[in-house]
Design a protein around this ligand. Sequence first.
Ligand code: TA6
Length: 276
Amino acid sequence: MTLEAPREIRHGRSVAEVYDYGAHVWSWHLDDEPVLWTSAHSAFERGKALRGGVPICWPWFGPGRSGDLTPAHGFARISGWTLTDVVEGPDATVLTYGLTSADAPEALPGETWTLTYEVGVGQGDLALALTVANEGARPFSYEVALHTYLTVGDVRRVTVSGLDGASYLDKVTGRREMQAGDVTITAETDRVYDRAGEIVVDDPVLGRRLHIATDGAANSVVWNPWVAKSSTMADFGDDEWPGMLCIEAGNVLEGAVDLQPGESSILRYRLTPART
Ligand code: TA6
């Protein structure tokens, strides 16, 4: 079944499209230029993830820590969220979405939880905050990530700073490595870093830097599928990989969150473009 049209949010220089399905921020343009990347081949049907924007990965990442969980990246991005509030403030228009264990009991069987997701479409930034609350009587653990797809002029020309000296799992080779200097993309890249915080994507082709600030994240993920992997994905054009780079933030693998009854945890991701 095809999706309802996304909500269009206009605030100053920003225009964003957000689907209630997955509480999925699909596109964000600043001064009419795309900041988030979206595939021209994405599916738009329930049960399938959108390819681009900011998919919410929860309660696991990829196939999960056991390596055999489906759907990939969990249920949140293919669930029907409820828009509970829209506040138009001076600096941003903030949408608030909710998803509860009653909406998606299969996500964490037997647990009682509430997700609250704030999407701030700002004058010059996009500010996301995902809160997970354990409303049950026992602890549970989960992985989470905001899987942000960024538009870049040519991924072969960008440099990513902020991860120098961080260790990472290279999911292409399966090996643990240490980042030396800026990250550059010269082949399929799929890395889970044991660091999050301030990351800058310097894009000389588009003449801009994308500043990423996170809070509540133990991990950053850097992903570009490059040629071969792109050709295996039906919802990813063979020629699209040079124009995108994922810089994700979350708590995955050893960074997974253990949430006690009554506790909640917030993951924040703020994206601010700047002209160079
Ligand atoms: O974040 C990188 C990653 O885990 C890659 O391994 C790749 O699978 C990507 O996510 C996209 O996953 P998806 O399930 O959306 O195709």
